[in-house]
Write a protein that binds this ligand. Structure first.
Ligand SMILES: C[S@@+](CC[C@H](N)C(=O)[O-])C[C@H]1O[C@@H](n2cnc3c(N)ncnc32)[C@H](O)[C@@H]1O
Length: 251
C-alpha cells in the first residue's frame, strides 16, 4: 500500500516518453555488429568489441538470493562503500529481485528512496514481495525497456548496475538515457566481475575489464567521467563514474 502511494507521489518525476528507439537508426545499426561465430553464452551481438550476454531470466532469482552470495560478493561491503546519504535518490537498474535495493533503501532513510528498475515483470513482483517481507517501504518498482530506464532528467543521485551492464541489449542507448537522468555530480556505479582475473569463476561474457568499461562509459555525449575504482570485493570491480557539468552550463 505504501509503495503504491509512493509511486503516485513520484509520478511527476517519472518520464514516460524517453525511449530512443526511433532516433538515429542508421547510426544505431552501425554501432552493433552481429557475428555468427560467438560464445554460446552471449547473444552474438557485439558492442565496441565485446559480446553482450544473455539476460538472466526471472527463474534465476533464487540464485541472486542464495545464502552464499554475501560471502562470495560481500554485498554489505559493496553498499557500505557507496557512502549513500539520507535523502539520496538511488536507481537500482536491473534490480532483479531486489537484493541490493533492499540493502540500499535503509541507507537513504528518512527521505530518500530507491527506484528498482527492471525489464521483467516477474522480477519486479518478486522485488515488491521481498521488500514487503522485510518491512521496507521506500523502494519504487519501475518497468524499464531494453533501451531506456524511464527515469526523469536530472533526478538521480546514484545509479547502480550490479552484474547487469554486460547484459544490456542496447548499452549505448541505456547509458545515454541513464546519463540524462543523473543530477550534476551524480554517480553511475558499475559492479562487474573482473575480466582481468582468470580465477573469478564466472563465464567470460559475464565479466568486464576496467579498460572496456571505461571506454564504453566515458564516451562523448554521456558526459560521465571515471572517478574511482573501489577494489574491496573478492570478485568484482566497483567502477564509479561522475556526471560532469553540461557544456555551456554554469559551474
Ligand atoms: C544478473 S541479474 C542482477 C540483478 C540484481 N542487480 C542483483 O545483483 O541481484 C540482471 C537483471 O538485469 C535486468 N536487465 C537486463 N537488461 C535490462 C535493461 N535494459 N533494463 C533494466 N533491467 C535489465 C534483468 O531482467 C535481470 O533482472
Amino acid at each position: 500500500m505504501k509503495i503504491a502511494i509512493t509511486v503516485m507521489l513520484l509520478f511527476p518525476l517519472l518520464q514516460t516518453d524517453n525511449d530512443v528507439s526511433a532516433q538515429d537508426t542508421s547510426v544505431a545499426s552501425e554501432r552493433y555488429e552481429e557475428r555468427a561465430d560467438h560464445d554460446p553464452n552471449g547473444i552474438g551481438k557485439f558492442y565496441m568489441g565485446r559480446e553482450i550476454a544473455h539476460v538472466m531470466g526471472y527463474l534465476g532469482a533464487p540464485w541472486l538470493e542464495r545464502d552464499t552470495r554475501e560471502e562470495e560478493e560481500r554485498l554489505t561491503l559493496l553498499v557500505k562503500s557507496l557512502k549513500l546519504k539520507p535523502g539520496d535518490i538511488v536507481a537500482d537498474i536491473g534490480a532483479g529481485s531486489g537484493v541490493i535495493s533492499v540493502l540500499m533503501a535503509e541507507q537513504v532513510l528518512p527521505n530518500g528512496y530507491v527506484i528498482g528498475v527492471d525489464v521483467q515483470d516477474e522480477m519486479l513482483l518478486r522485488l515488491q514481495d521481498n521488500a514487503r517481507q522485510k518491512g521496507v517501504t521506500n523502494i519504487v518498482p519501475i518497468k524499464g525497456s531494453q533501451k531506456a530506464p524511464s527515469l526523469a532528467p536530472r533526478s538521480i543521485d546514484l545509479a547502480i548496475m550490479v552484474d547487469v551492464y554486460h547484459e544490456f541489449e542496447f548499452p549505448y542507448e541505456m547509458m545515454m538515457e541513464i546519463s540524462k537522468a543523473m543530477k550534476p555530480g551524480g554517480r553511475i556505479v558499475l559492479v562487474e566481475y573482473r575480466m582481468e582475473d582468470p580465477t573469478v569463476p564466472i563465464k567470460l561474457v559475464h565479466k568486464m575489464s576496467q579498460k572496456q568499461a571505461k571506454a564504453e562509459v566515458e564516451q562523448t555525449g554521456f558526459n560521465m567521467e571515471w572517478t574511482e575504482t573501489i577494489d574491496v570485493l573478492p570478485r568484482q570491480h566497483i567502477l564509479v563514474f561522475t556526471k560532469q557539468n553540461e557544456p555551456n552550463s554554469a559551474p
